[in-house]
Design a protein around this ligand. Sequence first.
Ligand SMILES: *[C@@H]1O[C@H](CO)[C@@H](O)[C@H](O)[C@H]1NC(C)=O
Ligand SMILES: *[C@@H]1O[C@H](CO)[C@@H](O)[C@H](O)[C@H]1NC(C)=O
Length: 178
Amino acid sequence: MRFQLSSLLAGLLASVVSAQEDPVQTGPFNLHIKGKEGSSIDGYAGSCHAGAAIEGLCYNAGPLPTGNSFEYYFNASSYTVVDDVPVGKLIWKLPYNGGEATVDQSLALQFTVNSNVAAAMFGIGSYSSDIGFDKDSKFFSWAYLDDSTFEAGKAPFPSGNGTAYYQWYVISFCLVGD
Ligand SMILES: *[C@@H]1O[C@H](CO)[C@@H](O)[C@H](O)[C@H]1NC(C)=O
Ligand SMILES: *[C@@H]1O[C@H](CO)[C@@H](O)[C@H](O)[C@H]1NC(C)=O
């Protein structure tokens, strides 16, 4: 009996792992950044060096520049859907070996305890935040719980559906040093 149970577990694990190994990757595509009405913001996202194998998502005003820095991919999750679209990873392919090879970096929203904004950064490994593109191709992040709705003394109860969030900001900054 013990043998049967462990082979059943191994079978389940194997199918979960193989489902995760083959996400559908779409791309390349570009990320057009357009401000709200009346804003002069109109340009494209490009990956910019921020540290060892870490890239920022930088705003480049004007027409689409050419090159790998402006090309992104999306790995859809096979199981999480928000507003009827699959969420997944935003990928940038970091070139190495003089551009002969690339490695996938995925976007993560990096939060700090003393700020209400998160920096969108690309890194390697388990570093990632699920994001999505809605039916109008608009980029969103999402969460299951909204802590502004919590009531004291009541356990929060997730609806089971994620909520999409679209509050993106372009912040000018300058990295000094390396
Ligand atoms: C994205 O999906 C492709 C195709 O299934 C896979 O080869 C690649 O490793 C995935 N990348 C990440 C960062 O999950
Ligand atoms: C969750 O989303 C599905 C599909 O959009 C919808 O049918 C369902 O009513 C939603 N459930 C809740 C609790 O909002």
